[in-house]
Each structure stands twice: as C-alpha cells, then as structure tokens.
Ligand binder design. Structure first.
Ligand SMILES: [Zn+2]
Length: 102
C-alpha cells in the first residue's frame, strides 16, 4: 500500500499549472522535480493512503486556504529559481543538432 503526501500533490499540480502559462520554461522531469523539491522544503507533510478513498477527501477538507496560498507562493519562487539556475543547458541550445531546424 502506497502512502501519498497531499502537499506534494498540491505542489506538483500547481507547478504544472504555472508551467502551462510559461511556454518558454523547460518542463523536463529534472526541472519539474527540482521545482517541486524547492517548493516542498519546509512545507508540512500531509499523508494519505489511497488516491481515491475517503481519507483523501478528509485531507482535502482539512487543507486550508492559507496552505494553498503558501504552496502557490513557493511554487512561483521555485519556478524562478530553476529558471535562473537551470542544472542543464536550455533545450534551444541543442536545436541546431536537430535535422531540419535552423
Ligand atoms: Zn529541464
């Protein structure tokens, strides 16, 4: 049986939501994990057991607006940090190696 962290789910969905509005940003697994790690550091862990069971709904009701605002603020900051200190070269740097692109 897997144990999930509700705050982690919140962070990942917020990051994907923010990235959908920022087409210039890298969205590879590495960058998304970096953003999530940055955003999650210092946040509480809210464990739940099943992704679709009653425990999850209870957790959702438990989650207050303050935590959601905190998650959003941290995600925006994490996006900026990863954007400025990306651990790999930008995708566009490699575009010249792709046949057909100039
Ligand atoms: Zn990346």
């Amino acid at each position: 049986m897997a144990i999930y962290n509700y705050v982690e789910d919140l962070v990942y969905s917020k990051i994907l939501d923010l990235l959908s509005k920022k087409p210039d940003m890298c969205r590879c697994d590495k960058c998304i994990d970096d953003m999530a790690a940055l955003a999650l550091a210092g946040l509480p862990v809210i464990p739940y057991v099943t992704p679709d069971g009653g425990v999850f709904r209870q957790v959702q009701n438990m989650t207050n607006d303050k935590l959601k605002i905190e998650v959003a603020t941290r995600c925006i900051r994490a996006l900026e940090t990863v954007k400025n200190h990306s651990k790999h070269k930008k995708q566009s740097d490699f575009s010249r190696f792709i046949p057909g692109e100039k």
